[in-house]
Design a protein around this ligand. Structure first.
Ligand code: CDT
Length: 311
């Protein structure tokens, strides 16, 4: 048995602050055209794919912050992506900053949607693990103010039936946390699509800088293997507004192996034929959760937040 889905990571090179949404969408459309010409079913785009990675700046003026957010999806500027999906019969995922009136107030999330071949939104995820800090920290070479500009996502990690498989999403820092993959693994996920913006330099821990690419693949490969799922990781990368960001977009099989990987830090399509049935061997043996998991022994994972050392 095989259920082949041809998937592409639509890696994007840097987006400078002066680049408008129309120019970014034009770049994405070019990748979508290439994808369709190569028989791709689904192309994944990065986190916050429509603008530069704005949490690198402290902005006191909320109107300035909000200029990076989308109030509707599709919007006038993003509609061509949805039209291309219909025309090319090509699904896509898209990360963007979402501003929404919800629960009687304005809320802001770091969001990713999945759109199917008919141009319909089939899934939405709001980033849960927001890295960085809340206040201006001028000592840093650049800021990472996701905790200031976004709320923690309120949708957990849903898994959707689409395109003949079971799909889930997460965003950037989420990929470093095993809980992210496990929540989707417990819903039988067969492919996790995730976008990222990862600076090479981590101001609080510069000793990690040389390991950025290694850690990127390490966590995605572990998440894939331990949950018997495909993982598609897509970078926005290169030097953006003077900030160097890792590339390494990769398609990881349920074996834990990388089957395709970007070679540039620019706009690049990374394609792989993914057999969703390749998940089965892992989900029914080594990682047969029903048979082998012992949730009673894992209670601390949900009851305790920070580590408490024994006395
Ligand atoms: N966008 C994002 O989540 N980036 C973070 C950078 C590390 S923040 C200290 C990441 O985990 O890749």
């Amino acid at each position: 048995m095989s259920r082949i889905l041809t998937v592409a990571a639509g890696q994007l090179g840097p987006i400078q602050r002066s680049h408008d949404r129309a120019s970014v969408v034009a770049r994405m459309l070019k990748l979508m055209e290439q994808a369709a010409a190569n028989g791709v079913d689904l192309v994944a785009f990065p986190e916050l794919a429509l603008t530069t990675f704005f949490p690198r700046w402290f902005m006191a003026d909320q109107a300035e912050v909000d200029s990076f957010f989308e109030r509707e999806m599709p919007s006038r500027e993003t509609a061509p992506l949805f039209e291309a999906a219909r025309r090319l019969k090509l699904g896509f995922t898209l990360g963007y900053a979402e501003l929404v009136e919800q629960d009687g107030r304005t809320r802001r999330f770091n969001t990713q949607i999945m759109v199917d071949k008919t141009g319909s939104v089939v899934g939405k995820y709001r980033k849960i693990h927001l890295p960085g800090h809340r206040e201006h920290e001028p000592w840093r070479a650049f800021q990472h103010l996701e905790k200031r500009y976004f709320e923690v996502g309120d949708l957990s990690w849903p898994v959707w039936r689409a395109m003949g498989g079971l799909f889930g999403m997460c965003i950037c820092n989420d990929r470093r946390w095993p809980e992210t993959y496990r929540v989707m693994g417990l819903q039988g996920v067969e492919m996790i699509l995730l976008g990222y913006n990862t600076p090479v330099h981590n101001p609080p821990a510069p000793d990690h800088d040389r390991l950025g690419d290694f850690h990127n693949h390490l966590v995605m490969q572990a998440g894939a293997y331990q949950n018997g799922t495909w993982v598609v990781g897509v970078a926005k990368c290169g030097v953006e507004e003077g900030c160097d960001m890792i590339g390494g977009s990769a398609i990881v099989a349920p074996t834990g192996e990388i089957v395709a990987q970007a070679i540039t830090r620019d706009d690049e399509l990374v394609i792989a034929r993914c057999d969703l049935d390749a998940c089965k061997s892992y989900k029914t043996t080594t990682f047969n959760f029903e048979r082998h998991r012992e949730p009673d022994q894992y209670r601390m994972i949900v009851e305790r937040k920070g580590a408490i050392e024994p006395p």
